[in-house]
Design a protein around this ligand. Sequence first.
Ligand code: AMP
Length: 214
Amino acid sequence: MKNIIFIAPPAAGKGTQSDLLVKKYGYNHISMGDILRKEASKKSEIGKEVDEILKSGNLVSDEVILKLTEKILTGTSEPYIFDGFPRNMSQAKILEETLVKFNKTKPIVIYLNVNKEEAIKRATGRLNCPKCGKIYHKYSEELKPQIEGKCDECQVDLISRDDDNEETFKTRYENYIKKTLPLLDYFKSANDLYVIDNPIFPMEIFAKIEEIIK
Ligand code: AMP
């Protein structure tokens, strides 16, 4: 099974696809956003700083990301998914060097090409289970919870992420266009790059991803 980097706008479905890959193929899912949210929930100085940045929709400094990357890669077995990392050119370089250092296989890159209108709809409709982390979407027939506002598995109330509002989405999307999207050119030559255009239905996208990774 191939290692994967997902590149996509915020709320485009990277987390949903990663969950499916974990369940069916036993992938290790490395979500930089989840790691940073955990860091932000700590009351440490760095935790408070990260919390402020997450709420603003800006990117956390490369210095913090660099420290986390080595720690993550030493403790992760293959196959793995990088979700939300790298997000700019210097992080791509950090990742390339760290993979060589730890003798890890190069990942392929899957780009989910979702347009801005669709991404904002998904961000404002996204709900998360605070207990198991499962992701739901109010506006998707496939991803709606069975009982409105409740996790199908844990029965607890679903919540929205602090940064899934229209205002913060704008900053997250601008950062994506300016800093992350240019990585596609780099990945075209440095890795195998696969593009999935206008991905709408989660299980259809998953079938395409399955063809790519096998
Ligand atoms: P995500 O869960 O991928 O939507 O990320 C949520 C937030 O975490 C982003 O808006 C950034 O503030 C931060 N973040 C996630 N991944 C990175 C990264 N690779 N570099 C810097 N900041 C990140």
